[in-house]
Design a protein around this ligand. Structure first.
Ligand code: ADP
Length: 269
């Protein structure tokens, strides 16, 4: 079996006396779509930031294709990883075209840096994400969904091998949530990119992720397919919420339905 694209072993990260991650082990296969779930404060963002080289782990090992990230320069890590930050990314007062080109340039000297390939890769990414009519718009003037599309186009122009997403659908309308997740899923199939996404919406995660892990208080509570992990017991133990889990009528993935605690009659009665 081939080695994992991302391997995290015994990862611990403390901020002073706050233990945000406590001995986390995860192996993610090449081309896999992996969802990182868990309640607020579980350590999801911290884990993504360690992978990006933005935070030093307190202890443990993180490897990309068998190479410890401690042995790779921050610039090199950044050039191989596309990142969509939480909330509305790309606040820079730059045009769509420029931001996507910066993705290409972030690969640095290691690649053929001529203008023709820059234009072609950036153009391809802009076209693929349906951004042609917005290419001269300043990114801060775009909607949240459009900005997410720019961030994905940037990662494509960068030819990233890994895509890390931190709650990519937070603050987006329902249609944009599906659009962003569909785009990531399609790009991952077309380019074989490995996707690790922190996600808030369990039902949405179950429709896109091959495997998911629930992180709780800095440790992995459970890991496996969405059906293995997203059980009412597990969700109660980690999120403290009562839910019912049913198969999606169209695609059979688990749908997580919150159950209210109150004994009041249903609305309208
Ligand atoms: P999540 O993304 O799952 O919501 P985070 O990784 O943001 O979780 O946070 C994990 C824990 O670490 C929380 O208790 C949070 O308050 C704490 N934390 C995060 N960043 C810092 C920081 N810069 N300084 C101190 N504590 C932090």
């Amino acid at each position: 079996m081939s080695s994992p694209a991302i391997e995290i072993k015994g990862l611990t990260k403390s901020y002073g006396n706050v233990h945000a991650l406590n001995g986390v082990d995860i192996k993610i296969n090449e081309g896999e779509f992996f969802g990182l779930l868990g309640p607020n404060g579980a350590g999801k963002t911290t884990l993504l930031k360690v992978l990006l080289g933005l935070l030093e782990p307190t202890s443990g090992l993180v490897q990309l294709n068998n190479i410890p990230i401690s042995k790779v320069s921050r610039k090199s890590v950044a050039s191989h990883i596309g990142y969509l930050a939480q909330g509305s990314p790309c606040h820079w007062p730059l045009t769509v075209e420029k931001v996507v080109e910066l993705g290409y340039l972030s690969r640095g000297k290691a690649r053929n840096n001529d203008t023709a390939s820059k234009l072609s890769l950036s153009d391809q990414a802009i076209n693929k994400l349906g951004l042609s009519s917005l290419r001269h718009r300043l990114v801060p003037t775009l909607s949240g969904g459009e900005r997410q599309r720019v961030a994905i186009a940037r990662a494509l122009a960068q030819e990233a091998q890994y895509l890390l997403l931190d709650e990519p659908t937070a603050h987006l309308d329902l249609a944009y949530q599906i659009e962003v997740m569909d785009l990531v899923a399609n790009i991952r199939i077309q380019s074989g990119i490995t996707v690790l996404s922190a996600m808030h919406d369990l039902t949405l995660a179950a429709q896109y992720c091959d495997r998911v892990a629930i992180l709780n208080e800095g440790t992995i509570h459970s890991i496996g397919t969405p059906w293995d992990v997203l059980t009412p017991d597990t969700i109660y133990e980690t999120f403290g919420a009562h839910v019912t889990v049913l198969p999606h009528p169209d695609n059979g993935t688990p749908v997580i339905i919150p159950t209210r605690n109150t004994n009041l009659p249903p609305p309208g009665n």
